[in-house]
Design a protein around this ligand. Structure first.
Ligand code: NAP
Length: 356
């Protein structure tokens, strides 16, 4: 039988089944432990992962489910052994709330690749309880998985905690952050628009690769991309063959990889970040003939997440968000499914999560 906490009352919005419709939900959180930080949630971003999870597209969903892993709030209570935070601090929590802390990955600040990592929601915590995310009034999190939120960063920029780090980490790790490089960004959504912003600050040339022309003007005039390709136009794609040092692929559904691999220069790298529910077809010959690399990347470790948030604050990199009230969440998901948001919904939990 599922374990629950008895002590700290919490309130949020949850889905009860694979229809993924959210509605008010009373639950409880653990009492603040000695290394825990309790905080009041102020904003929480809506990631496409929430949509995959709500609808059980990855076949691992636990219901009731309180999503939310782009969470920014203010500390209300700290445990006796907390060292990094004090009451009143602005804090953020992303996709992770626990890991084993003794494996090679954890030792190397790569908690995101720990085999025993526990996700912020839709996970089972060390005490056997289900983890619930940031579409809720309060959270209790071990301080190791909490980042300091810089004073000059608006709290609405919560999507940095997933969309931001998911982009920053592979751009750095795969060496796609060198000035003068030419980077492609596939899918101009929550992750994709952050990729354009980080890649431009790193000094690279950026080409957006999108399914239609509809986002072209925005991509170039507003986000600062240098050029734009329509992925469904074979002539345009052929015309740009062999031009990119690296590609950040953020597409959430099955799509062909061959046209993307063809865009890469010799030794080019295709970083897969989107998580479609079914496997993609990988053509091997074009990889062999160009010594090309196809790889994946998953959010980032805690040290790098803090580094990314500080970097974003320093360079004024913030997501473009549409802040919406809690009771708009189901409409927001319908719109997200149609890519009808520029470019991330953020729930105004602090002002609109009303219990009555
Ligand atoms: P999003 O805001 O919905 O953006 C996805 C974009 O994909 C859309 O804006 C659209 O861009 C493009 N797209 C949609 N349908 C398409 C189709 N049929 N063919 C080609 N392109 C299509 O989603 P997101 O929040 O950025 O998340 C994207 C993916 O990354 C999701 O699968 C999510 O689960 C995953 N994710 C992974 C990590 C990680 O650590 N690796 C972290 C967070 C999220 P255009 O309109 O420009 O075509």
């Amino acid at each position: 039988m599922e374990k629950t906490h008895e002590n700290v009352k919490a309130f949020g919005w949850a889905a009860r089944d694979t229809f993924g419709v959210l509605s008010p939900f009373n639950f409880s959180r653990r009492v603040t432990g000695e290394k825990d930080v309790q905080f009041k949630v102020v904003y929480c971003g809506i990631c496409h992962t929430d949509l995959h999870q709500l609808k059980n597209e990855w076949s691992n969903s636990i219901y009731p489910m309180v999503p939310g892993h782009e969470v920014v709030g203010v500390v209300t209570e700290i445990g006796t052994k907390v060292e990094k935070f004090k009451i009143g601090d602005k804090v953020g929590v992303g996709g992770l709330v626990e890991s084993c802390r003794k494996c090679e990955n954890c030792d190397n600040d790569l908690e995101n690749y720990c085999r025993d990592q526990i996700m912020t929601y839709n996970g089972v915590y060390t005490d056997g309880t289900t983890t619930y995310g940031g579409y809720s009034d309060i959270m209790v999190t071990n301080e190791h998985y909490v980042v300091h939120w810089p004073e000059n960063l608006p709290m609405e920029a919560a999507p940095l905690l997933c969309a931001g780090i998911t982009i920053y980490s592979p751009l750095k790790y795969f060496g796609l952050d060198k000035p003068g490089m030419h980077i492609g960004v596939v899918g101009l959504g929550g992750l994709g628009h952050m990729a354009v912003k980080f890649a431009k600050v790193f000094g690279t040339k950026v080409t957006v690769i999108s399914t239609s022309l509809s986002k072209k003007d925005e991509a170039i005039e507003h986000l600062g991309a240098d050029s734009f390709l329509v992925s469904r136009d074979p002539d345009q794609m052929q015309g740009a063959a062999g031009s990119l040092d690296g590609i950040i692929d953020t597409v959430s559904v099955i799509h062909p990889l061959l046209p993307l691999i063809n865009l890469l220069k010799t030794r080019g790298k295709l970083a897969m970040l989107g998580a479609p529910e079914k496997p993609l077809e990988l053509p091997v010959f074009p990889l062999l003939l160009g010594r090309k690399l196809v790889a994946g990347s998953f959010i980032g470790g805690m040290k790098e997440t803090q580094e990314m948030v500080d970097f974003a604050a320093k360079h004024s990199i913030t997501p473009d968000v549409e802040v919406v009230p809690m009771d708009y969440v189901n409409t927001a998901f319908e719109r997200l499914l149609k890519s009808n948001v520029k470019y991330r919904f953020v729930l105004d939990i602090g002002n609109t999560l009303n219990k009555n």
